[in-house]
Design a protein. Structure first.
Length: 328
């Protein structure tokens, strides 16, 4: 296990974050799972750890990226160039990554602001969304070529013959977990983490189906024969099936909470997000970043409730209000 560090500085948030990367020994060389942000300090930290292990970058044959987010994909272009490793990514994430690194500086902005307004976000808070959309673009890999584009639900990866990538969409459309059936290991990326739940982040660019997909993908891995889960954040853990139950439970409570907030009233996602109890603290004390995350998380739950026929949107002056489906 390697630790790829990075200090995030957006608004008032300045947290040290860590991506856990893994090296799997195979006959022909190492297979690496995930990299860190595209940042010099992060790259140097990984190289130092490889040195300490007596592993040369050139011994890395494969670099498998669990999903396109920059804390996982960021260093892939640099590592590929330095090692000759073949980079593996799912096609559904590669499409997004290409649109991010290939577009102009203000990527994601076109269409973002009307979408944010439709959530009922007041004008004074819109900048938080704009900042989040533009922040971090430089942390993605630039000029990356992918050697193996995975498609569909399951694919073998590497040389060992017992690693397979399982498509687990939700946190991102092409997120994969890597299952080692022989050694009973699951490299879970951000799909299953021991304490936090991965952010489900709808936007004007994503499908309206993310939470449903995520919950289905949790069930897909829940009963794999696994002794140890090796996630990309926090720490490894053993209790996969129980942890999946906890996450499923978290989301059913959240769905119920969102539903409760609509009894007798129509509200925008922004207003509903105020009424939800967030683990990071009270709404009025949250910074802009956490508010953005909270509203998007609320939208993900509203979209699932709408699919289930429990809530219905009502458009008022460009804002999507929600009401309970039975209410007139
Ligand atoms: Zn991550």
């Amino acid at each position: 296990m390697l630790e790829a560090p990075f200090s995030l500085g957006l608004g008032s948030r300045n947290e040290e974050s860590l991506t856990l990367c893994y090296l799997v020994h195979q006959a022909g060389g190492w297979l690496m799972v995930d990299s860190g942000y595209n940042d010099r300090g992060c790259y140097d930290a990984l190289c130092q750890q490889l040195d300490a292990l007596g592993i040369s970058l050139r011994d890395i044959r494969w670099l498998v990226i669990t999903h396109y987010h920059p804390d996982h994909s960021g260093l892939s272009a640099l590592i590929r160039a330095a090692s000759g490793a073949r980079v593996v990514l799912h096609r559904d994430d590669w499409n997004i990554l290409q649109s991010i690194v290939g577009s102009s500086e203000e990527w994601n902005i076109h269409g973002l602001i009307p979408w944010v307004k439709s959530l009922g976000v007041p004008p004074t808070e819109i900048d938080g969304f704009r900042q989040m959309a533009t922040f971090g673009r430089r942390l993605f890999p630039m000029g990356l070529d992918v050697d193996v584009l995975l498609q569909g639900e399951e694919n073998p990866v590497g040389d060992s013959g017992h690693l397979r990538a399982i498509l687990t969409p939700g946190h991102s459309p092409g997120h994969i977990c890597i299952y080692d059936q022989k050694d009973k290991l699951l490299f879970s990326g951000d799909h299953v983490l021991v304490e936090i739940t991965p952010h489900i982040s709808p936007s004007h660019l994503t499908s309206r189906d993310q939470l449903r997909q995520y919950l289905a993908a949790l069930r897909k891995v829940q009963h794999l024969d696994v002794d140890l889960v090796l996630p990309a954040h926090e720490r490894p853990f053993g209790h996969l099936s129980r942890r999946v139950d906890e996450i499923l439970d978290h989301h059913s409570k959240r769905l119920e909470e969102v539903l409760q907030s609509l009894f007798g009233q129509m509200l925008s996602p922004w207003d509903i997000a105020h009424r939800v109890e967030w683990d990071v603290g009270r709404w009025d004390q949250m910074d802009a970043t956490n508010r953005v995350l909270a509203v998007r998380e609320t939208v993900a739950h509203l979209q699932l409730l709408e699919q289930r026929g429990q809530v219905a949107p009502v458009e008022r002056d460009g804002v999507n209000l929600y009401k309970l489906a039975g209410d007139g």
